[in-house]
Design a protein. Structure first.
Length: 100
C-alpha cells in the first residue's frame, strides 16, 4: 500500500511541476480549467512548483526508508504549502466588487 501511495504522489508531483515549468517557460497556462482565472502566469508557475515540492516530500511522512525526523518534514511541508497558497493568491484575478 505504501508503494502505491508513493507512486500516486510522485505522479501528481510530476504533473504539477510540469504545469508550473510550462507556465514559467512560455507565460501561458496549459491547464484549461485554470486559464480563465489566472492573471499572472509566472507566480502561478512558481506556486505549482512549490506545491509539487510539497507533494514530493509527502512520502517521507510515511517512513519509506528515509531517516529524517518526521517533525522537520511536516514543518517544511506546511511552509511550502503556505508559500504556494500565497503565490497562488497573487496570481489569480481578484473578483470585482460592485461600486457603491
Amino acid at each position: 500500500m505504501r508503494g502505491a501511495l508513493w507512486v500516486l504522489l510522485s505522479v501528481l508531483a510530476l504533473l504539477e511541476s510540469s504545469c508550473g515549468i510550462a507556465a514559467l517557460a512560455t507565460g501561458r497556462i496549459w491547464v484549461p480549467w485554470a486559464r480563465h482565472r489566472v492573471l499572472r502566469p509566472k507566480p502561478w508557475g512558481w506556486a505549482q512548483l512549490l506545491g509539487a515540492a510539497m507533494l514530493s516530500l509527502s512520502p517521507l511522512h510515511f517512513g519509506l526508508g528515509v531517516n529524517i525526523p518526521v517533525m522537520a518534514v511536516l514543518v517544511l511541508s506546511v511552509i511550502l504549502m503556505i508559500a504556494s497558497t500565497v503565490l497562488n493568491h497573487f496570481a489569480l484575478k481578484t473578483p470585482r466588487t460592485p461600486p457603491g
